[in-house]
Write a protein that binds this ligand. Structure first.
Ligand code: ZN
Ligand code: ZN
Length: 310
């Protein structure tokens, strides 16, 4: 049993300004929050109760970030693992029948978990102090989707730009040999291989994902942690899908022509050159690092047409 005060910033939509709550468990804390801040939505009340119950914001954000990351990463990779085992989907596999072996999958999961529990745990633990330093909002109310959408679009553009140039640097001599080569172990990638990378690469490229919202907050002073989680979820989905090895007629790049998708990144793994970007195709186009890729795809299309005509 412990007592604490709800800080003013957490009860912006409540009808009081200073209230003492006694709680001895999560449900009890949640009930107190609902009672004292009735205008909060269920999710906002859950969020607020979690932070009050944890009573340690750094630990609360650290654990929440870690759990969300694990659930999203393995949760999103699972459908691709299932698709790999369904022959119906083979016709959309970019590199014919090249599927990961059981050993590949074991090696990949072991190494990804190793980086999650070492490098990323440290990064995640630093996250809350960084957010506080730059003034990121953590308490309810959550931002509206109209506020989140443009911010998410800006993060995609910022991360893609950073990733393109950092990724090109990782292909330079010793950087490739000692760091980035690990990510290129799988020349025919699969969903789970998205974060199969050397710890230094995880830190360097992670800067683009975490650094973009931090820089945005430093400049604008307006960002909520929930938007950062939404961004990380979308970025994870983008990375896993880009490594899936499948290009469907309903893939996003069929509707948004400048979206990279698996069709673009798969070529990068197959040839270790060209197509360095993550989400968008424009940097490769502007810098001319997609010429071989486009020539290759053109040749494939001509071959397909010729085979049909015969
Ligand atoms: Zn990759
Ligand atoms: Zn690469």
């Amino acid at each position: 049993m412990y007592a604490f005060h709800l800080p003013l910033r957490l009860i912006t939509r409540a009808s009081f300004s200073n209230y003492t709550v006694r709680a001895d468990g999560f449900l009890s804390t949640l009930n107190q929050v609902k009672h004292t801040a009735p205008l909060l939505s269920s999710l906002e009340a859950l969020w607020m109760a979690y932070y009050k119950w944890m009573d340690n914001d750094v630990l609360a954000t650290g654990i929440l970030s870690f759990v969300i990351h694990q659930l999203l990463y393995f949760g999103r990779a699972l459908p691709w693992y299932i698709i790999d085992h369904l022959p119906y989907f083979n016709k959309w596999k970019i590199q014919d029948q090249k599927l990961p072996s059981a050993q590949d999958l074991r090696d990949c999961v072991t190494y990804v978990l190793f980086t999650h529990f070492t490098v990323e745990v440290a990064q995640i633990w630093l996250f809350h102090p960084l957010c506080e330093h730059f003034g990121l909002r953590i308490s309810p109310p959550f931002p509206k989707w109209q506020e989140m959408l443009p911010q998410l679009a800006i993060f995609f553009i910022m991360e893609d730009t950073f990733h393109y140039f950092a990724h090109r640097l990782l292909h330079y001599g010793p950087f490739y040999k000692y760091i980035h080569k690990r990510h290129h172990r799988f020349s025919a990638p699969f969903g789970l291989a998205a974060e199969y990378a050397h710890p230094i690469e995880v830190i360097v490229l992670g800067l683009g994902t975490v650094g973009s919202p931090i820089l945005y907050t430093a400049i604008t002073g307006n960002l909520h942690l929930v938007t950062v989680y939404a961004w990380i979820a979308l970025r994870l989905f983008q990375a896993i899908d880009a490594h899936s090895g499948y290009d469907f007629p309903w893939s996003l790049n069929k509707f948004i022509p400048f979206w990279s998708g698996a069709e673009h990144h798969d070529y990068h793994h197959q040839n270790s050159n060209n197509c360095y970007s993550t989400s968008f195709r424009w940097w490769d186009y502007i810098c001319g690092t997609d010429k071989k890729y486009r020539a290759h795809r053109q040749l494939q299309a001509i071959k397909k047409l010729t085979n049909k005509a015969e």
